[in-house]
Design a protein around this ligand. Sequence first.
Ligand code: PMP
Length: 403
Amino acid sequence: MNGWIEARLRERLDHVRARGLWRRHRTLNGPQTPEQVVDGRPVLAFCSNDYLGLAADPRVAAAASDGLGRYGLGAGAAHLVNGHTRAHAALEEALAAFTGRPRALLFSTGYMANLGVLQTLVGRHDTVFEDRLNHASLIDAARLAGCRTRRYRHADPVHLARRLREQRTETARLVITDGVFSMDGDLAPLPELAHTARRYGAWLMVDDAHGLGVLGRHGGGSCGHFGLGMDDVPVLMGTLGKAFGTAGAFVAGSETLVEGLTQFARTYVYTTAMPATLAAAALAAVGIATRETWRREHLAALIARLGAGLERIGLSRPPGASPIQPIVLGDTGRAIAAAARLLEHGLLVPAIRPPTVPEGTARLRITLSARHTEAQVDRLVETLDRVLARMPPEHTDLNPPGG
Ligand code: PMP
């Protein structure tokens, strides 16, 4: 390695270590279920995005196994060469139907989908308007697209309107928001954002990684929750690695949008297709997610139970009725200490700190799954009560409203 590059890398690593921000992998010894063996010890986990509990579902595994028998493992080529199978086509059709849009296009990950969409839709002279708390992949997508970026205040359509007025141009304008914010769990005010975007002649793109499958009676996500269709949200991105328990992502929209992405999105054209067996598994998961409404109902009951429990122990309810339920502790050290103490009690709840969240808003990020039980949620609340009550006095200003 070039000496200068190595020295700089070491310096950055030392800096992260000194600030207590060092991250490391935990190693699971089994499937993604609430009760796991992590780093060799049994824990009750509240950190998975497997919201509907499908990641270890035997029917999804059986579909993967059938797909494996039929197609083998590797896709062998990009979609446009000959990596595209009937399993991929069937999944795209199912996702189009699921989202109520004419077409859907698969990508290997949500990160790549977002990069591909922006690089296709906007260029140097265009402007994207992003919520300040949008996911990192949406921020990076705008950087890679080389367009102008204006950030608007979190979930604030009035501020968005001001930004749109400031930036009157003849070129393309795209408003982008998470449907459910990944670190706060609150929903974007989509009807107001859609109205504002339309008023100023901009398109709206929603990244619904955390909403699809979870919100709405049949899992239609944040658009389903608000009853919005393609006229309101012309570009919808969803992921398969969260509620659908598998991996990969898709963009759903009009014929023109999907053909445009197929022809021009570099993260679609120049990469190996996801394995067909994964597409077969995801197809099974989408079917189960659509039919088994009890999963969303149970999850909603758990979310309400957790919120009531947090209030009972003197914390405020997290802002959203999504399975992402953060407890904002402010200081990074507090969040890390709280997570470590929870782990001593056998609970795995991750501490999320800067740069993933803004400075001063470090938090415990609790995520719930349809596989959790009421008793497990009660155990979480009781343990939080015990752990947080024993933190030093300066650790008692927990979850300030609006924090
Ligand atoms: N968008 C959001 C809002 C996300 O939370 C994530 C993943 N955490 C992604 C996009 C990226 O999706 P993937 O994991 O499939 O790359």
